[in-house]
Design a protein around this ligand. Structure first.
Ligand SMILES: Nc1ncnc2c1ncn2[C@@H]1O[C@H](COP(=O)(O)OP(=O)(O)OP(=O)(O)O)[C@@H](O)[C@H]1O
Ligand SMILES: [Mg+2]
Length: 225
């Protein structure tokens, strides 16, 4: 059976930037109210494969839990709409779509419609500027991801909590790598072996399972030779 290591809570993430973790904890403990005070954006930015899209989809669920006990829907996908900006060709249609999504607001503890814009740097400059207007709407939270923070409009950044998600340190992902090694039967892997693998993967969660399986397989071959 293929095991999934999909994170389920904030503690399943390793953050390279301590301020990112701090801000997320303040948001999820409601010490920083969200969406409120002119900041209804959350912008996750940084290196490839560090979990930005995964966290973007998890945050509406964690925020909903933080803001109330009641579960309105069994399927948490009702809590947000997801738009992949790489597939957006017309900014005006996107704005109309987002406005429609906000109007179709299902009940939730957060009392705000969450829209995720994945890879928001794909939007043209004018589309990003139009988004500013949409962001002024009430009862609306926008969670965005990008690899290219320099391509993001200053007005969008000003309306957002900026969360850096660059590659976590190899040591901080060691527990996950150890778990993967155990699960695949490489029980005598040394910390140093796993740290080397973590460095090779450059912080991308995408590479860990295949790198560990490959390395464990190489070792078996060496022992058999
Ligand atoms: N904290 C984590 N623990 C284990 N696996 C994770 C974690 N975060 C992400 N992953 C897994 O790593 C893969 C890549 O995650 P994701 O697509 O969220 O990264 P990303 O930062 O959005 O990447 P990109 O910059 O390429 O868009 C996914 O398969 C996801 O399930
Ligand atoms: Mg992504």
């Amino acid at each position: 059976m293929i095991k999934s290591y999909e994170p389920k809570s904030l503690s399943d993430f390793s953050f390279s930037n301590p301020q990112t973790e701090k801000t997320l904890k303040l948001l999820l403990s409601k010490q920083i109210p969200y969406p409120a005070n002119g900041k209804n954006g959350i912008l996750l930015y940084g290196a490839y494969g560090t979990g930005k899209t995964t966290l973007a989809k998890l945050l509406p669920i964690l925020l909903d839990r933080a803001y109330g006990e009641k579960q309105f829907f069994e399927d948490s996908r009702w809590l947000y709409d997801f738009i992949s900006c790489g597939q957006v060709t017309r900014g005006d249609l996107l704005m109309a779509k987002i406005n429609q999504m906000i109007d179709m607001h299902f009940p939730s503890n957060l009392n705000a419609k969450i829209v995720i814009l994945d890879e928001v740097d794909n939007l043209s400059e004018s589309a990003q500027r139009s988004l500013k207007g949409v962001m002024n709407r009430k009862y609306f939270g926008l969670i965005m991801t990008t690899n290219y923070i320099s391509k993001i409009d200053s007005g969008l950044k000003d309306r957002s909590h900026l969360l850096n998600m660059d590659a976590p340190s190899p040591a901080s992902v060691l527990p996950l790598l150890r778990q993967i090694a155990i699960d695949i039967g490489w029980t005598d892997a040394l910390d140093a072996d796993l740290i080397t693998i973590a460095k090779e993967c450059k912080g991308s969660y995408r590479g860990y399972v295949s790198a560990i399986v490959t390395e464990a397989d190489n070792r078996k071959c060496l022992m058999a030779a």
